[in-house]
Design a binder for this molecule. Structure first.
Ligand code: TYM
Length: 319
């Protein structure tokens, strides 16, 4: 069975972009593959953070992932598995400064006063992925650049020290690889920096979701077409609708005569998508979530420890 892995950074509340871009794609593969999902709490510390908020967001993220149907058997918090940081250091030793510096994460958030770990963020991500002999990494479009660096680092390590790592591929969904902010359809829906009504959080109540969708920025053309360049707002709404209903955005475009009708359908579809997740989330006991995380970290060590041992031996460290 192929090995799939993905992760979520608890720097804010999980949103619809996370759900469509990565949560649902990996949850959908739990029958036909070995899936690993973790909460990237170490990555969350690469920007300024508040310790209490980090703990709360890590628990919320874990609960929402379980409620969304990810397989709990290999599911944990990154910081509970020290092999992530150990492999990170070994990989840093084969990564070039320019490669890390070119990554979008550092370009967007780096600058005077930023943390060194923001620069090495993509190397930790490479360690995350290579640790589990991952074949495929379901992610949104914004993470594909990090997957390319992961491949480069894995190939370099393999050619310098002998085949040690599986070289993975990033897989973005055909529909919804980049869900845009509802208030500014030229930027990605995100956990931080969203416009006021731009991001739909998975825990938003139905009336809030409806209000956000009804206020979504469109255009003055007044025709429902799937034309992302000319009509990014309308295209984004069609993409969200298609992702929530397993439809095709182009075909769906022909079924609406106006923006109000389209928005009402999108609001209904998003509410119907998140309602069961919210119900399951509300029924979770936080101590069960903690147990799931701890048990998952123990099981994850079964693949992580041998990989790190292999890498240590290959690079020339003593047993
Ligand atoms: P994060 O937490 O920013 O995002 C988690 C996942 O959601 C996807 N995503 C989106 N997809 C579609 N439209 C959007 N607007 C949107 N916003 C986010 C992201 O592409 C991602 O797949 N660096 C990662 C976390 C990470 C990771 C890893 C991922 C750490 N280690 C190893 C995969 C493998 C991040 O910041 O994700």
């Amino acid at each position: 069975m192929p090995r799939l892995l993905t992760a979520f950074k608890p720097t804010g509340h999980l949103h619809l972009g996370n759900l469509i871009g990565a949560v649902r794609p990996i949850a959908a593969r739990r029958q036909d593959s070995d899936t690993t999902v973790f909460i990237a709490d170490l990555h969350a510390m690469t920007v300024q953070h508040d310790p209490t908020t980090l703990r709360a967001l890590t628990m919320e993220c874990a609960g929402l992932l379980l409620a969304s149907g990810v397989d709990p058997s290999c599911f944990y918090a990154q910081s509970h598995l020290p092999e992530h940081t150990e492999l990170h250091y070994l990989l840093e030793c084969v990564t070039h400064y320019g490669e890390a510096h070119r990554m979008i994460q550092f370009k967007e958030k780096g600058g005077t006063g930023s943390r060194i770990s923001l620069l090495t963020y993509p190397v930790l991500m490479a360690a995350d992925i290579l640790l589990h002999d991952t074949d495929q990494v379901p992610v949104g479009e914004d993470q594909l650049q990090h997957l390319e660096l992961t491949r480069t680092v894995a190939q370099r390590f393999n050619s310098l020290y002998g085949t040690t790592f599986t070289v993975p591929v990033g897989v973005a969904p055909l529909v919804g690889a980049r869900i845009m902010d509802l208030g500014d359809p030229n930027r990605k829906m995100g956990k931080t920096g969203a416009t006021d009504h731009g991001s739909i959080q998975l825990l938003d109540p139905p009336d809030v979701i409806r209000r956000k969708v009804m206020r979504a920025v469109t255009d003055t053309l007044g025709v429902v077409r799937f034309a992302p360049e000319e009509q990014p707002g309308v295209a984004n709404l069609l993409t969200i609708l298609a992702a929530c209903t397993s439809g095709d955005p182009r075909e769906l475009a022909g079924t609406f005569t106006g923006y109000g009708e389209l928005k009402a359908a999108v609001a209904d579809a998003v509410v119907a998508t998140v309602a069961p997740i919210q119900e399951r989330y509300a029924a979770l006991d936080p101590s069960d979530v903690r147990q799931a995380l701890l048990g998952g970290a123990k099981r994850a060590r079964d693949t992580a420890y041998p990989t790190v041992s292999r890498a240590r031996a290959a690079i020339g460290l003593l047993d």
